[in-house]
Design a protein. Sequence first.
Length: 181
Amino acid sequence: MPIARRLLQAAALLAAASLLSGCNLVVFNPAGDIAARQGQLIIAATVLMLIVIVPVIALTFWFAWKYRASNRSATYTPDWDHSTQLELVIWGVPLLIIIALGAITWISTHLLDPYRPLDSIAAGRPVPAQLEPLDIQVVALDWKWLFLYPKEGVASVNEVAVPVDRPVRFHITASSVMNTF
């Protein structure tokens, strides 16, 4: 029976791995500098939260195993007194993690403010100071978008063309109801 069970577990693991192999995790494959910074923020927050979650889950299983009904050798002492060291760990570690997470989030959200001018095109590639942003006027129409390039004298419908490595400034208006751009 144990061999059949191991084969069944291996088959389930292989099936799960083959189903998940086609997944495209966009968080781990960002398309630009801002997206890469946001991905790093998500990963840092996840790691900080796992510092508390993993020990809690491990200790839950350990306590359940140690204090099970069939274990007669485990000492059960429900009348234990206040422990300062234990409470410092229980309250201090999550508090420090919340403070660190708040500081990281505060700093990165201000660095990633959408109204702040871009300081880099990609990692290690700053935006040249003399480079003027491309002005594009965006008009939300019924069921379509109109993109006007005033300096170039060109317009397009439903397709925006942006040059590589040049900042863009959008001026968004609408003919009736504002749409999400």
